[in-house]
Design a protein around this ligand. Sequence first.
Ligand code: PLP
Length: 294
Amino acid sequence: MALPYTLIIDPLAADDDAEVDGTFRAVPADAPALRVGELSTQRGDGIFETIAVVDGHVQESEAHLARLVRSAEICELPVPNLRQWRAAISFALEQVPAEGELAMKLVLSRGVEHGPAPTAWLSVNPAADSTAARTQGIRVVTLDRGYDHGVAERAPWLLLGAKTLSYAVNMAALREARRRGADDTIFVTSDGFVMEGPTSSVIARIDGVFVTPRPSGSILAGTTQASLFEYIRVHDYPVAERDMTIDELRSAEAIWLVSSVRLAAPVVELDGVPLAIDAEPTDAFTRYLLSPRN
Ligand code: PLP
């Protein structure tokens, strides 16, 4: 089956006990698939997950499904039927190439205005080639996110801890980074704490400890970061989830932006200051992240 591959899922046809097979249908790549009234396209009102598929293996699908459920709770969407999503993932996996790196996207939208709700679909595309980012690294600038450190508790309606479809701001930040001569960005709070990238989590090695910003509700809990911290712990290196100031980030021995499909991209320049790639952990991270993970 040629890529892209899309399955439209009917969440209304499956409750917890009902048979889930047959509650999704494949759509040819050039066929219409969504209604114009979709609130996902009109308002970005929905949630999603992007999962890596490496040589036919779906990486950490359960961690992604758990985050889909968390995002649904935060956004007050119907609870995803995980039996149905698992069946859809397995079905799609049988149709797509068994080799190479692919990106599988799961979307749960609030649906069509005044219409049946919610809408859900799964699509699979070839992953962008990330070899250069993984081996040669990326230049990064920090950008003010415009919120202070306590924003998530004070304003939960900003939905900062959910993986919503509203990525226009994240994409604008990437364009700003490119205007400034960089490849990517790290958001910082207006009071000087490190948050995350627009599509990635931050890991920095500070005084020998692998540190990531505490999952505070104002950033997304990264599945790749969590998986890497397990790996690092098993190898007896110290890890910490804690607040990290921008000054600490600037003093880090090494920094990585990590995410499901690009994996671990070492930072080679932060705000114009060169940073050396620490080759040994970087290679180990890539090897681990490309190995089959459940
Ligand atoms: N933070 C944001 C805002 C993201 O969009 C992503 C992934 O797209 C991440 C962090 C990293 O999450 P994961 O490692 O689960 O891909």
